[in-house]
Design a binder for this molecule. Structure first.
Ligand SMILES: NC(=O)c1ccc[n+]([C@@H]2O[C@H](COP(=O)([O-])OP(=O)(O)OC[C@H]3O[C@@H](n4cnc5c(N)ncnc54)[C@H](O)[C@@H]3O)[C@@H](O)[C@H]2O)c1
Length: 449
């Protein structure tokens, strides 16, 4: 289906697949996560929308800037109306970036005067509480997503929320509650697991689910890459500002790289498993090549083993270590063949039989997945079929959180334990002052909370 059409958005799930797997009956939450966008729905269940849609951005960095442009391009009758960030320099840079991208149309489409540029840790409230705003783009750091999502949904806004959706159990439960409320209020909630909106990946995972390599027996997804950059400490920065500007090195802000970055690959592990929920996870991890406080408290490698109710196992490995080979592939073994799908390489959208002969190949186009997300989001709002990715996005996020906690503690973590966890990461309140640096967790010593 062309995502540019105002039609019921095609779910990354296919209803036929869910019924065929039988998983739907056992896992009501999974179905609840996708029911609203089920293909084949004939009647809009929310009002169609024809008016101009005003957009507010919360978190004006790389993704905030990109998502704002994609939202404006997705629908000609949208304007960027307000922005929120902690730091003024990030916001001004973002505004400039959006204006440059929009070119001549910027004058009409970018309407963010100084009085609608909000700064501070609570600045999102000025956006979510603005009755003029229809759609909020949540593109700040993962730690803040649950509260920002709750505020947006409570205020009746449609939402694009970047992944991951939370960094700890309490945050995750808040996200699940917001996802449920969004559905009740018939609000769209699209989560930035962008590979679910990639043409070739969707076709490949549909082929997997259609049995192109038989039954899926096991999956191993990888996210092996180098370290992320660092912004050197400046004398005028408080410790909080240092941590915020180097957020991917601090577990309380980012969730660690398995939650912040590799969660894409964990989401695809789940996708290959038809979004069945794992029973438990064991995970190895540590810091082999990172040391010193400038690297905060995050690890640089993880190796997770998820166990499923039918005895299958799903594997995920991720590294952020310079000078080691990169790999970002989904290796799927089926009863009748195998696949090694790498979203960055369209030549890998192929299914092989047991002898390595090609059984299936995707030959269609591969449009920009980030643009596809917004094309589908706005089409779903306009057409009265609001997309609901919230529960599914929360489940993939929790899979990453539970693996991280298993690695940090050296303990097996069950789905129920992860969901019930009382551990709250981060300070009790936010200000640009002092903030403690957490000790690097040690497996076998750090307790599971
Ligand atoms: N889907 C993808 O492929 C993809 C790619 C990159 C980033 N991301 C995700 O997007 C999010 C943002 O990443 P980024 O690379 O744009 O980071 P970034 O640092 O470039 O931008 C984030 C912005 O949010 C602001 N911010 C932080 N806390 C805030 C708060 N409480 N209120 C308002 N603003 C706040 C920061 O000051 C910063 O300007 C992360 O969750 C990241 O994982 C997703």
């Amino acid at each position: 289906m062309n995502p540019n059409h105002a039609q019921p958005p095609e779910s990354s799930y296919s209803r036929r697949d869910i019924v065929k797997s039988g998983a739907a009956l056992a896992l009501p939450l999974v179905v609840a996560g996708c029911a609203a966008s089920a293909p084949g729905a004939k009647t809009p269940f929310a009002p169609r929308v024809t008016k101009q849609l005003k957009i507010g951005v919360v978190g004006c960095g790389g993704r905030g800037t990109g998502a704002a442009v994609q939202a404006l391009r997705a629908d000609p009758n949208t304007v960027l109306w307000a922005m929120a960030d902690v730091f003024g320099d990030r916001m001004e840079g973002s505004l400039q970036g959006v204006a440059t991208e929009m070119g001549e149309s910027a004058a009409a489409r970018v309407q963010v005067p100084p009085e609608r540029r909000y700064l501070g840790f609570d600045s999102h409230r000025r956006v979510t509480d603005d009755p003029e705003i229809d759609v909020v783009l949540l593109t700040s750091y993962p730690h803040f997503r649950p509260a920002q999502l709750a505020a947006a949904v409570a205020a009746g806004k449609h939402v694009f929320a970047e992944k991951p959706l939370a960094v700890d159990g309490p945050g995750l439960r808040s996200v699940l509650a917001s996802a449920e409320l969004a559905k009740q209020k018939r609000l769209a909630l699209l989560v930035g697991f962008c590979w679910r909106y990639h043409d070739g990946m969707r076709a490949s995972f549909d082929a997997l689910h259609d049995g192109a390599i038989g039954d899926v027996l096991s999956v191993h997804t990888t996210y092996h890459t180098g370290t992320l950059s660092r912004r050197p400490r400046r004398p005028e920065w408080s410790e909080m500002e240092f941590q915020m500007r180097n957020w991917w090195h601090f577990t309380w802000i980012s969730g660690d790289h398995i939650v912040e970055q590799a969660v894409h690959s964990i989401d695809r592990l789940s996708w290959a498993m038809r979004d069945e929920l794992p029973l438990r996870v064991n995970c190895l991890g540590g810091r082999a090549a990172r040391s010193g406080p400038e690297h905060g408290d995050v690890y640089d490698h993880f190796a997770a083993i998820y166990e499923y109710a039918d005895g299958r196992r799903g594997f995920h490995t991720c590294t952020q270590i310079d000078g080691t080979p990169s790999d970002n592939t989904d290796y799927v073994t089926g009863s009748d063949g195998r696949a090694a799908i790498n979203g960055w390489n369209p030549e890998s959208f192929v299914m092989l039989d047991r002898k390595g002969r090609e059984e299936w190949r995707y030959k269609g186009e591969n449009r920009d997945m980030y643009q596809n997300e917004h094309d589908q989001l706005f089409a779903s709002i306009r057409g009265g079929y609001p997309i609901h990715d919230g529960v599914r996005g929360a489940h993939s996020t929790l899979m990453a959180i539970m693996a991280r906690n298993a690695a940090y503690t050296g303990q097996t973590v069950t789905w129920e334990q992860a969901l019930a966890s009382q551990e709250v990461l981060g300070p009790a309140s936010y200000a640009l002052g002092d903030v403690p640096l957490r000790e690097v967790p040690i497996p076998g010593k750090t307790p599971l909370a």
